[in-house]
Design a protein around this ligand. Sequence first.
Ligand code: NDP
Length: 430
Amino acid sequence: MDTTHLTKFYKKNHDDKIDSLFLAGVISKKEKDRLLDRTLELDPETGSHMIENYIGNYSMPLGVAMNYMIDKEELVVPMAIEEPSVIAASSFAAKIIGSAGGFKTTVIHRMMIGQVTLKNVPDIEEATNNVAEAKQEILSRANEAYPSIVKRGGGAKNLDVRLLEDDTDSGIPSYLSVHIHVDTQEAMGANIVNTMMEGIAPYIEELTGGTALLRILTNYATECLATSKCVIPAHKLKTQDFSGEEVRDRIIEATQVATIDPYRAVTHNKGIMNGVDAVVLASGNDWRAIEAGVHAYASRSGQYRSLTSWSKNEAGDLVGELTLPLPVGTVGGSISFHPAAKLAHSIMGHPKAHKLERVIVSVGLAQNFAAVRALVTEGIQKGHMGLHARSLAISAGAKGDHVQQVADILKHSKHKNLQRAKNILLNILE
Ligand code: NDP
């Protein structure tokens, strides 16, 4: 990638942005033409095959975040998001973190978990022993239910048994859950795992004497964790009003608040998900699955807490870390035929699934850094309202150059609302 063409990317007009991505080697000539011709839309036939009662496409802006340096590799990151300022904040944070060495990531393993959950198990101990003894046979049967993933080097690898008991007086009876750990290779694996669970359920019923109530993967992907870390020297955090050390300490304190207070933690983590969801969506992955898993992971201690940790090292640098369950795929679902998802994968250089995880968790960390840094210094409204002003201008009916004109006046107005935007537009048009 030749990043010289991407300098001051945000200042270029739409067509020049696309041209510079082409010149930098991020997109091909064909992709450039598709972007310029606005032919990234899903065609009705494909849409009708994807969902039921299809009537049209719901458009979402697709943008790119700049300045990412992940494991010493420069990367342009595609993001699909409707919220203003997310991509600007992402690129800003990535620039600071990149100038300090960038993100260092780890993905220890990448396994999905399927559950066969049984009710009315007559003897829990006997059932547990029977399942443990039949482990190899259960795994073989799971693999027979989806042989192609075994040929690809994956498949069911391990199992364990969990007794599900409620420790309150709710009157809920016990259930037994057999967990199968599946290597789904490049796929997110929901359909692969679900097919396996349905395939083995009758045999598990035989072994346990219970009735299989549920046969599906869990989206709580605790064996598919990705971590990103960054170290930022304090002097890089300096703002007009605060020293670098003050900003560092305030970021640490703000994260402490999000660690002990769920009211703050939810908003803190929402900021992380601004970046995470945008890349998950752009890459054609199932963002509901990621959202559900991530928030469960934030509650793993028994209380909903901050997903990031920010601390300082002996040198006084700010040290950030984020771990997320990220069961994303580079194949499967609509990834291989959705035109915008295909483009997103191409922009990232067709990463393998573990690399996509590394990108997404780094974007989450960057997004959190940008949001908390702004919050503890000038506040987020200053940057946010500048971009929000453009949305208000568009809502007020402004077109072309008028959008920026209305936004510029609005930014300096006391009341930044739709009515004010409409009045400004009227004045300009008169
Ligand atoms: P698919 O059902 O599309 O399965 C993945 C396919 O990719 C396999 O059939 C496999 O083909 C093919 N493939 C090609 N190359 C590879 C490779 N290198 N590694 C692995 N597979 C490869 O997708 P998933 O099983 O990933 O399921 C994801 C979909 O399931 C998403 O759309 C999700 O929204 C949905 N879903 C999610 C649920 C949840 O999260 N709770 C529940 C139900 C569905 P081959 O057969 O030839 O090996």
